[in-house]
Design a protein around this ligand. Structure first.
Ligand SMILES: Cc1ncc(COP(=O)(O)O)c(C=O)c1O
Length: 389
């Protein structure tokens, strides 16, 4: 796979490219979109072939017998993550934002609290609030440019009205790969406060060399409250297929989730099923290994150049391709550093406050793009903040 290939995505209904000007005021013609978390790469050939086979056949009827699809998921989890999944425990949702919303709907009631460790992926709070539940923001601790959890402080924050915790593992933004000890603390916290623990592990395949992700499901004593969420979409850049795995080992929780799926008439689309089955394969695995090596190269280049700008600090990513840059050292207001990035550097990056408490001084930059574009972005940033050098 040639990750250096520049593929023009303008005018393809790409939200990242085609909504950049409208949302950020960054010109479509020469702006660099580094916001939405999708990649400017084609998926592996096996996924492309699955779509081509469908198109060649040309009939797009209802899908039947998903046993190969379930087996492919189980194969991937066992081979890539050392986690044995019962194919019967897998639900297919329309992606993991939908999976999160389904969990909120199934396991909580209006007015209940749902706990998040912030700053965190913004769509969690969006669906929780839209469902009339309260977002309980437990802010992570930032020390030496790395996040950690302050479980004692979160214990004190609980009121008894919380029913669910959504963990992002690995964490977006910031890229923390939680250690076993940290995951155990989270599981204990969920147990102490009787919370359903939803572990969104969508970034679990995009883990930097030297790091090792542990699925929450491998911990003892947590299965009775655990919902695991994984997907092919982030890993293989097929987010438009809107498909995700919600995996529930516990039979009582599973029955409740199944009942809500049935009540809402949910069933997956066949493009997503064919693509996911093709992706979770040895060919897909080899592609992911190459991808991670490439992304690691991009983040090294980005971090080195950005950290040379006085006042800017890019968090060392343990996972994800989403650089999280702290601008507070510049002493500038949020409006000023954001204006410099958007209007001077012509880069669209996600605004930190969208991710909740603790995100105020940050912007998030998507590095999953050909290296030449990352080089251009850092050159523009160095120029936009040139007076600080
Ligand atoms: C933690 C996390 N969960 C879910 C999603 C999106 O999931 P989906 O596209 O399957 O709805 C993202 C996208 O960036 C994410 O970072």
């Amino acid at each position: 796979m040639n990750f250096d290939e520049i593929i023009d995505r303008h005018g393809t209904h790409s939200v990242k490219w085609d909504m950049m000007e409208k949302i950020y005021g960054v010109p479509a013609a020469d702006g660099i979109p580094m916001w939405v978390a999708d990649m400017d790469f084609r998926p592996p050939a096996c996924v492309q072939k699955a779509v081509e086979d469908m198109a060649d056949h040309g009939i797009y009827g209802y899908f039947g017998d998903d046993s190969a699809y379930r087996a492919a998921i189980a194969w991937w989890m066992e081979n890539r993550h050392g986690w044995q999944v019962d194919p019967a425990a897998i639900f297919t949702t329309h992606g993991l934002v939908n999976g999160t919303a389904m969990c909120v709907d199934t396991f909580t009631a209006p007015g209940d609290g749902v706990v998040l460790f912030t700053p965190v992926y913004h769509a969690f709070a969006r669906v929780i609030k839209a469902a009339g539940r309260d977002v309980v923001e437990c802010e992570m601790t930032l020390k030496d440019n790395r996040y950690s959890l302050d479980i004692e402080a979160y214990d004190a924050q609980m009121t008894g009205r919380e029913r669910m915790l959504v963990l992002c593992s690995p964490h977006n933004p910031g890229g923390r790969v939680w250690t076993r000890a940290e995951l155990e603390e989270v599981a204990d916290f969920a147990r102490r406060h009787d919370l359903v623990l939803v572990s969104d592990e969508i970034h679990h395949d995009l883990v930097m060399p030297g790091q090792s992700h542990m699925p929450m499901a491998l911990l003892d004593g947590v299965a009775d409250r655990l919902v695991m969420m994984t997907a092919t979409t982030k890993t293989f850049n097929i987010a438009g297929s809107h498909i995700g795995n919600v995996i529930i080992e516990d039979e009582a929780l599973r029955a409740r989730f199944a009942a809500r799926m049935a009540a809402l008439g949910m069933s997956p689309n066949s493009f997503g099923l064919f693509m996911a089955t093709a992706a979770y394969s040895p060919e897909g695995a080899a592609w992911v290994d190459d991808l991670v090596t490439y992304l690691d190269g991009n983040r090294r280049l980005f971090d080195e150049a950005v950290n040379e700008i006085p006042g800017l600090a890019s968090m060392p990513l343990e996972s994800t391709y989403l650089a999280w840059v702290d601008f507070t050292g510049t002493g500038m207001t949020r409006a000023e550093f954001t204006t410099r990035v958007e209007q001077d550097a012509r880069i669209a990056a996600n605004h930190g406050p969208t991710f909740g408490k603790g995100g105020e001084g940050f912007l998030r930059f998507n590095l999953a793009t050909p290296r030449a574009r990352v080089e251009e972005a850092v050159a523009r940033l160095q120029q936009a903040f040139g007076d600080l050098q």
